[in-house]
Design a protein around this ligand. Structure first.
Ligand SMILES: CC(C)(COP(=O)(O)OP(=O)(O)OC[C@H]1O[C@@H](n2cnc3c(N)ncnc32)[C@H](O)[C@@H]1OP(=O)(O)O)[C@@H](O)C(=O)NCCC(=O)NCCS
Length: 189
């Protein structure tokens, strides 16, 4: 496997961390985390799509959590998007990325998304996508802006049910994609 796609699901020092910064542990979620994940996502009503507890529990195997002193201080999740072209692999959408406010700016969001990407790269997706209000954060992780027209399956699966905006095309969320093929050894940057 391309080692550039290997991200650690362990405490990992970054340039923004120092010896006094608490370092949460990133691990797979378990059913007992459901309520804490629900509250974590709900705490960002303007940035994250709320998810019912039942949805969280049914997809618990698609969640990672960051735990510190027994508390869930961060989450990241993913879902698989359909692909009708048999010659292409499905895409994966990164969802529900949350870092508790007092842990923000310490590299935890990066560690969570990198750990989620590490996990989903095992499935060899054609692309990893995100719809986000914080494009600079995802740009730091190798995502590039894409036209929403290229993500019609996402729009049909999720956005059509949105009650907040008239249309996915007037929604201010920015569509971004990470193309694994562009990060293979020898790929032109
Ligand atoms: C967005 C969020 C997950 C970032 O988490 P974080 O732990 O603060 O981010 P990190 O410290 O790992 O930042 C990683 C990099 O992204 C940059 N970054 C993070 N948030 C940013 C923002 N809002 N604008 C610009 N850059 C940002 C950091 O400066 C850092 O850059 P560096 O690697 O050059 O130092 C967090 O602010 C959050 O939970 N926000 C509310 C929910 C949300 O918006 N989720 C994402 C929607 S899909």
């Amino acid at each position: 496997m391309d080692m550039r796609h290997r991200f650690l699901i362990y405490p990992k020092a970054t340039s923004t961390e120092n010896m006094t910064t608490p370092t949460p542990t990133i691990r797979k979620a378990v059913f007992g985390d459901g309520s804490a994940i629900f509250q974590r996502i709900k705490s960002h009503p303007n940035e994250l799509v709320p998810r019912p507890l039942s949805d969280i529990l049914l997809n618990i195997d698609r969640f990672l959590v960051a735990e510190y002193n027994g508390e869930i201080v961060g989450t990241a999740a993913w879902s698989v998007l359909p692909e009708l072209d048999p010659k292409r692999n499905p895409s994966i959408e990164i969802q529900s990325v949350s870092v508790r406010q007092d842990f923000q700016g310490q590299g935890l969001g990066r560690r969570l998304v990198e750990a989620a990407m590490d996990r989903v790269m095992e499935y060899r997706p054609d692309q990893i996508i995100v719809l986000t209000f914080t494009p600079p954060f995802f740009a730091k992780l190798g995502f590039v802006p894409v036209s929403k027209e290229t993500l019609m399956y996402k729009l049909y699966q999720g956005c059509v049910n949105c009650t907040r905006y008239d249309s996915p095309f007037t929604c201010p969320e920015v569509a971004m994609a990470y193309y694994p093929r562009d990060h293979q050894p020898g790929a032109s940057s």
